[in-house]
Design a protein around this ligand. Structure first.
Ligand SMILES: [Zn+2]
Length: 111
């Protein structure tokens, strides 16, 4: 267990740093809306969580290490939420997208 790789291979979703439009349903997307990016040629296609079929998942903001650890343990499906920082010129981790039931269980067990 202790040897478990630290590097997470969880897939990512992205919080928009500028407004955009969903490539699938043409919905207007605001700053901080979560999207999935599909690499396409030199660019990325942007999909809202509904089109990405991830709208059943819940956002868990970074900050509570215990809830985060439990939610990761219980959620079969999870995505890292990343956001581009213009200040740092890199992606910053904002939190996790996890199953609602996993989040609820994690919250209950961490009190
Ligand atoms: Zn869409």
């Amino acid at each position: 267990m202790a040897a478990e790789a630290e590097k997470s291979k969880d897939p990512s979703v992205f919080a928009l740093s500028r407004s955009s439009r969903c490539f699938g349903c043409d919905k207007k997307l605001a700053v901080n809306d979560l999207v999935q990016l599909e690499p396409k040629d030199d660019d990325n296609e942007v999909y809202c969580l509904t089109c990405a079929k991830l709208d059943h998942l819940q956002v868990l903001r970074s900050g509570n290490a215990k809830i985060t650890r439990l939610a990761k343990k219980y959620s079969q499906t999870r995505f890292l939420i990343m956001k581009w920082s213009d200040t740092w010129k890199c992606y910053e981790r904002q939190g996790l997208l996890v199953e609602a039931a996993a989040l609820e269980r994690a919250r209950k067990e961490s009190v």
